[in-house]
Design a protein around this ligand. Structure first.
Ligand code: XUL
Ligand code: CO
Length: 440
């Protein structure tokens, strides 16, 4: 374990009344909720990039936080220091998983061979540090958006050479993910999209992305990767239009190119809201299509049109998200905090406060979602709402046992239908409120 956070104790559950900022108020890992321990429902992961690399830069200003961990930035000493800090950080919070991009782990060299040597070196070191701990990888990915070679895309690049570099990075990131025992492998296509149709062959680009993914599956399976591949949908940013717009679009793409057996979705809250959906909408679409994979746990700002990657704070949102996840049978992956501290929250303490907030917000969401399901009023309302399909003509429609002619005859005979019934939205929202705040 490193010695970077000496002033910070191990974070323990102290209950909702605790005023100790370095404690969980709601995340009680051993507590049984909805038949399982909280920590089993909520496999939390630390995002290497935001937690250990991001230091507060934005379009208008430079770093505000010191993430050097005592080493010279951009060196292998720095890479090792980050790995030590990662393990210390996760152990203090009881987080068992991490997610990484290849170049979060080491500084990228000009020659990809040199980068790969550095990755070998750091992966030995990470495995040495995590040996004998519970810490393991949730998912890995290749950063195919930062390097200028990807300015026209990675799998969607117009350049065959660049396509090969993307393939080389995916291969190496898969090797690392397998070495780290990762549960999943993510494709987030930040540069896989276009700015203008005037210079873009969309069909060609989508075919190439699919080809890269097929090769990744074939290679991954050949080296013993048994986990899920994930696509993380996002509609825009950095590109004006990204191909993996939202859950529905991405599922269509996966089916179109025969990738749906090996891939699921990694749904990020803030990406769903950028697509004009709620987080829970994209979770529902993933779940009903058997594509509920993993979650990038964060939240956006409804007043801002970009990916603010805030730590989740909105309990309504995590409640409705956990409701979808519990009803959908849970995740094959976990909850990766793809979230960063606000720029002025620039101390080591803030790194911990961010995770405490996020973990507590999801723990609350889990408990409240379980209460909604156990209460049963909402589920039984929905069942009743569709009950006209349980008997008679409705049942036959569901069984596919009728014709347009027969239905038309039925309607003409009825002349005018009975009211389909109230949607009762406000009543249902009141139930949610009373379950959320009924204890006050
Ligand atoms: C970008 C984003 C990425 C992916 C992994 O918006 O969410 O960090 O999670 O590449
Ligand atoms: Co993400």
């Amino acid at each position: 374990m490193g010695n970077y956070f000496n002033n910070i104790p191990e974070i323990r559950y102290e209950g909702p009344k605790s005023k100790n900022p370095m404690s969980f108020k709601f995340y009680d890992p051993e507590k049984i909720v909805y038949g399982k321990k909280m920590k089993e429902h909520l496999p939390f992961a630390m995002a290497w990039w935001h937690n250990l690399c991001a230091a507060g830069t934005d379009m208008f200003g430079t770093i505000t936080a010191d993430k050097s961990f005592g080493a010279e930035l951009g060196t292998m000493d720095h890479a090792r220091a980050k790995a030590e800090a990662a393990v210390e950080f996760m152990q203090k919070l009881g987080i068992e998983y991490y997610c990484f991009h290849d170049v979060d782990l080491v500084p990228e060299a000009t020659d990809i061979n040199e980068t790969n040597d550095r990755l070998d070196e750091i992966s030995d070191y990470i495995l040495k540090l995590t040996d004998g701990t519970n810490i393991k990888c949730l998912w890995g990915t290749a950063n195919m958006f930062g390097n200028p070679r990807y300015m026209n895309g990675a799998g969607s690049s117009n350049s065959a050479d660049v396509f090969c570099f993307a393939a080389a990075q995916v291969k190496k990131a898969l090797d690392l993910t397998v070495r780290f025992g990762g549960r999943g492998y993510v494709f987030w296509g930040g540069r896989e999209g276009y700015e203008s149709l005037l210079n873009t062959d969309v069909k060609f680009e989508q075919e190439n992305i699919a080809a890269l993914m097929h090769m990744a599956v074939e290679y991954g399976r050949s080296i013993g990767f048994t986990g899920d591949f994930y696509i993380e949908p996002k509609p825009k940013e950095p590109m004006k239009h990204q191909y993996d717009f939202d859950a529905a679009t991405t599922i269509g793409f996966l089916r179109q190119y025969g990738l749906d057996k090996d891939f699921k979705l990694n749904i990020e809250a803030n990406h769903a809201t950028l697509a004009g959906h709620t987080f829970q909408h994209d979770l529902r679409i993933a779940a009903i299509n058997g594509m509920l994979g993993s979650v990038d746990a964060n939240q956006g700002d409804y007043l801002l049109g970009w990916d603010t990657d805030e730590f989740p704070f909105n309990v309504y949102e995590t409640t409705m998200a956990m409701y979808e996840i519990l009803k959908g049978g849970g995740l094959t992956g976990g909850f990766n905090f793809d979230a960063k501290n606000r720029r002025p929250s620039n101390t080591y303490e803030d790194m911990f406060y961010g995770y405490i907030l996020g973990m507590d917000t999801f723990a609350l969401g889990l408990m409240k979602a379980a209460q909604i399901i156990e209460d049963g009023r909402i589920e039984s309302f929905i069942k009743e709402r569709y009950s006209s399909f349980e008997t008679g003509i409705g049942k036959r429609i569901r069984l596919g046992d009728t014709t347009l002619q027969e239905l038309s005859d039925y309607a003409l005979k009825l002349r005018t239908p009975n009211s389909p019934g109230s949607g009762r939205q406000e009543y249902l929202e009141s139930i949610v409120n009373s379950l959320l705040f009924g204890g006050c």
